[in-house]
Design a protein around this ligand. Structure first.
Ligand SMILES: Cc1cc2nc3c(=O)[nH]c(=O)nc-3n(C[C@H](O)[C@H](O)[C@H](O)COP(=O)(O)OP(=O)(O)OC[C@H]3O[C@@H](n4cnc5c(N)ncnc54)[C@H](O)[C@@H]3O)c2cc1C
Length: 473
């Protein structure tokens, strides 16, 4: 069906059907194949979202949802065609309740705008992805974001007090305490199981998020960074495990680990005379924040624990890279150009901290096998466990097919090394199909909530042979 025909009945919304406008909606920042949308609708409120969902359901047209489009897993790519819902115009802060410690926002609010609005009240939110200026709250809750706050809170979902979601049949669901008329959002858990959780990380497969309630977190009085160097990954992994076991991440706003190659590249670039033989084999960096006394005490305890694992402060990498990354608030923007010009692929997996050495070894094996590409690896420290990021730099015009194979190969190797698929099932579809019981329950949920299969088909990577559903999502 043409985009113009699809738009009939939706004329009161902002619609795009011009092929040039549609180009911007074909993909996100991933190496997942782009799609061809027929129509883009930009709703201003939940009623307009409901109208588009009804339209998609009536004619069984696929419907994909786009926030900032900054994910690297293909969730916004309309690979089955159809309609893209662009949530950018739903960008209002609906409620700031300092007494309850809750902020309720529309899903298209970008973190940059949200943090700016909260700062005068001395508040922030628990998790902020490093793409803060671009990423939307709706995209982050639907894609299990992490980043600033992960050492304290783990993942985006752990900071969500409740959601408003529109289901495929038009039901407007409020989860948690807000399910009870008159109570409003203040508590994630209601009676029975956690319905909020079904929609977190669901990549729009079970519903369209139209409001998000996040718990507020006071801004820290003092911030400081600390970088520790270790001889190798095994010692660094044991150190991080010990830090997490002692809950020494309470005042850590962000922490990341960088392999020797990254340390070497950054150091020799900044100080060409430095002797690579003297550099640490792995660095773990902390951005601490809290009361001055607590920050000073934690800093001392981290140094002590590092020494017990053969590590020591390595201030030069802090000065050259980590402190600037955090305090210039450049986030990952030094990399953003690579992503937007499709020069860098990223694959995120989760792993227990004591598997750090195995993770880096798996990346090294890919590096050896696909030596034409430049590979990088880094980990984000969470309250428990790590999120490992693998970066591969490539040239889209010449290397699209090869990079796709290299990333698929890396996904297999990471799972074999004990890592867990993280973020979109579209990117991890082959591995999701191996998680038989898990994916079969997801399929049953999908069939129950979206029997016509219009919401973001393909995003969960379901439909394994023998499930009796074909390609269910
Ligand atoms: C350079 C770079 C650095 C990055 N750093 C980080 C990082 O530090 N931490 C991190 O977590 N991620 C990071 N990312 C990935 C990404 O920026 C974040 O995950 C971000 O939260 C995605 O938000 P978005 O609004 O761009 O989502 P989108 O890409 O627009 O969407 C993500 C998914 O959510 C779904 N979705 C969007 N809105 C809704 C809605 N209202 N209802 C239902 N489903 C919806 C989409 O369909 C899609 O499946 C990075 C990406 C890049 C390119």
């Amino acid at each position: 069906m043409s985009g113009t025909a699809l738009g009939h009945g939706l004329e009161s919304l902002t619609l795009f059907t011009d092929p040039v406008d549609l180009l911007a909606y074909r993909r996100d920042c991933s190496v997942v194949a782009p799609g061809e949308p027929e129509l883009v609708a930009r709703p201003r409120d939940a009623e307009e979202v409901a109208a588009v969902i009804a339209r998609a359901g009536r004619d069984r047209v696929p419907l994909y949802v786009r926030g900032g489009g900054s994910m690297y897993a293909g969730g916004v790519n309309p690979h089955a065609g159809g309609i893209v819902l662009d949530m950018a115009a739903m960008d209002r802060i609906l409620e700031l309740d300092l007494a309850r410690g809750i902020v309720v926002v529309e899903p298209g609010v970008r973190f940059g705008a949200l943090l700016e609005a909260l700062a005068p009240h001395g508040q922030t939110v628990g998790i902020v992805p490093l793409t803060g200026p671009t990423a939307t709250v709706g995209g982050a809750v639907s894609a299990h974001a992490l980043g600033s706050g992960s050492p304290r809170h783990q993942s985006m979902g752990d900071c969500v007090a409740g959601l408003e979601v529109l289901l495929a049949d038009g039901t407007r669901l409020r989860t948690g305490s807000a399910a009870c008329a008159g109570a409003g959002f203040f508590q994630r858990y209601c009676i029975g199981p956690d319905l909020t959780g079904i929609f977190l990380g669901a990549d729009a497969s079970f519903g369209v998020v139209t409001a998000v309630a996040l718990w507020l977190v006071p801004l820290p009085a003092v911030r400081d960074t600390l970088t520790l160097g270790f001889a190798g990954t095994a010692a660094a992994g044991d150190f991080v495990t010990a830090v997490q076991g002692r809950e020494l991440t309470r005042n850590v706003w962000y922490a990341a680990g960088y392999e020797g190659g990254t340390v070497r590249a950054r150091m020799t670039q900044a100080e060409p005379a430095c002797d690579p033989a003297t550099l640490p084999g792995f660095c773990v960096c902390f951005d601490l924040g809290g009361d001055a006394d607590a920050v000073a005490a934690d800093r001392a305890r981290l140094l002590e624990l590092a020494a017990a694992h053969g590590g020591a402060e390595y201030a030069p990498f802090d000065a050259v890279y980590f402190r600037r990354l955090r305090y210039d608030e450049s986030y990952w923007y030094s990399f953003a150009g690579y992503f937007s010009r499709s020069r860098c692929a990223i694959l995120m997996s989760s792993l227990p901290s004591d598997r750090l050495a195995g993770f880096i070894a798996a990346v090294d094996a890919q590096r050896a096998q696909w030596s034409d590409f430049m590979w990088g690896a880094a980990v984000v420290v969470c309250r428990r466990g790590l999120h490992g990021g693998v970066l591969v730099f490539y040239d889209e015009r010449r290397e699209w097919e090869t990079i796709t194979k290299a990333v698929d190969g890396a996904a297999d190797a990471l799972v074999a090394a004990g890592c867990v698929p993280y973020k979109s099932g579209k990117q991890w579809a082959a591995q999701v199909r191996e998680m038989h019981a898990y994916s079969s329950v997801l399929e049953r949920l999908k069939r129950a909530l979206d029997p016509a299969g219009v919401l973001a088909p393909g995003n969960l990577g379901l439909g394994h042979p023998g499930s009796g559903t074909g390609s269910a999502d």
